[in-house]
Design a protein around this ligand. Structure first.
Ligand code: ADP
Length: 265
């Protein structure tokens, strides 16, 4: 096993955290927490970027359908964020890990001073063995929930921005699919998994379709954009299935998993 210490940012989306009924997938959240705690115990540093606040909040508020109005989305995000952090605190706490909540908006990383503060906060948390859990501050910012071209696209891009901000060695995006295929597997049965991409160019973007599951929102396009940003800063990016979080161990065993977007050095 490769014992080199690595700083790894893991992004988990709504479709991994919730089930078909929109309720929290407790088994998976617990398994994710256990695996990440273990990966940290192996001497690595872990940052988790987690979305799913609106879906979880809407469920807890017993809304009959997903909120459409901005104020309801933001209210649901406020309820859901609390619930998600409660669960993370509980599950990570079970493995003696301390977590910290970091909520940010696009503007926060566009201002040099705020960016530096954030970066210092990450360093201080990681130095103390704390696992930062990051999400968009959806209850404050409306540009991100509302606009089609959201800067962060269901946190895919946020995860890349965070990876760059904390100078991670690797970004791992957990998806509802095994990786990046040569065409959208939802529509093409003969789609083939691409295990490694060295250059993200127009021809690669042309293979990506839109969002797949009803609960996911980014699709492969926002994952490619995230990977493009990360690899340009020397951070290799892996897109893999989040349905079995224990597959994260494969990364450290040097086993092939998902699609690797190789960093430009
Ligand atoms: P999540 O963010 O949870 O992974 P998304 O629905 O946002 O969920 O993104 C994953 C979906 O992207 C897949 O389920 C798939 O249907 C769709 N997709 C479109 N093009 C591709 C492709 N070339 N390779 C893999 N998945 C693709």
């Amino acid at each position: 096993m490769n014992r080199k210490r690595r700083r790894i940012v893991v992004k988990v989306g709504t479709s991994t955290l919730t089930n078909e009924l929109g309720k929290r997938n407790l088994h998976r959240i617990e398994e994710l927490a256990m695996t990440l705690a273990d990966i940290q115990n192996m001497g690595n540093e872990v940052v988790l970027v987690s979305s799913g606040a609106i879906a979880v909040g809407a469920n807890k508020m017993r809304l009959s359908e997903p909120p459409r109005e901005m104020r309801m989305k933001q209210a649901a995000a406020a309820v859901g964020q609390c619930e998600n952090m409660f669960l993370y605190d509980k599950f990570f706490g079970y493995y003696s890990k301390t977590v910290a909540q970091i909520l940010l908006n696009a503007e926060d990383i566009q201002q040099e001073e705020k960016k530096e503060n954030l970066s210092n906060t990450f360093e201080a948390l990681l130095e103390h063995g704390i696992i930062p859990i990051v999400n968009e501050n959806d209850s404050v910012s409306y540009t991100e929930i509302e606009s089609e071209e959201r800067l962060f696209g269901d946190n895919d891009k946020l995860s890349a921005v965070v990876a760059v901000l904390c100078r991670a060695d690797m970004l791992v995006i957990l998806s509802d699919i095994d990786g990046f295929y040569d065409k959208d597997p939802r529509f093409y049965r003969d789609a083939k998994l691409i295990s490694r991409v060295d250059t993200i160019d127009e021809s690669i973007y042309a293979l990506a379709g839109g969002a797949g599951s009803r609960r996911g929102t980014g699709g492969m396009k926002t994952k490619l954009e995230a990977a493009e940003l990360a690899v340009s800063q020397g951070i290799s990016t892996l897109v893999m299935n989040g349905s079995d979080p224990s597959r994260l161990y494969d990364i450290f065993k040097g086993k092939k998993v998902g699609t690797l977007f190789a960093a430009k050095r």
